[in-house]
Design a protein around this ligand. Structure first.
Ligand SMILES: [Zn+2]
Ligand SMILES: [Zn+2]
Length: 140
């Protein structure tokens, strides 16, 4: 039994996750804003080997992670355009799932916010119980 499952808007691309999530976070980075067309991404980090993605229209767009200069694969559905998962080379043990594509997401609660330096002003001013980091999570 998968722990989590999800799919894109059109349903061509679906995935399962066989392990528990590592972290749930809000990402304010410029790339996430542009990729989603929204103010930020709500993401769930899972062990990369636990993620199985399938579907004939699975595509990937490569971006460069600013802090490390390393490539990041951003998987999406080429039929409907939904972003699904992000695979940064700098974090090889992790797959980052766009939480809006999960089948069961109502109970998700982000623990941290990252790339707060790029956050929209109205979000930057919001008081929050969450830990906020100006860029990536500190190493370790
Ligand atoms: Zn699709
Ligand atoms: Zn981001």
């Amino acid at each position: 039994m998968p722990k989590m499952s999800g799919h894109c808007l059109c349903g061509n691309v679906s995935y399962t996750v066989s392990a528990d999530p590592v972290i749930t976070a809000i990402c304010h980075c410029d790339t996430c804003q542009r990729q989603t067309g929204s103010a930020y991404s709500l993401v769930v980090g899972v062990p990369r080997e636990s993620l199985a993605v399938s579907g004939s229209t699975l595509a990937s767009f490569q971006t460069t992670t600013e802090a490390t200069g390393t490539p990041t694969q951003r998987q999406f559905c080429s039929n409907c355009g939904s972003p699904l998962a992000t695979l940064p080379e700098a974090l090889p043990a992790l797959a980052i799932i766009k939480a809006g594509t999960l089948d069961d997401r109502k109970g998700l609660a982000p623990a941290v916010e990252v790339h707060c330096d790029s956050a929209l002003a109205y979000l930057a001013e919001e008081s929050s119980e969450r830990q906020r980091f100006p860029a990536d999570l500190p190493a370790g």
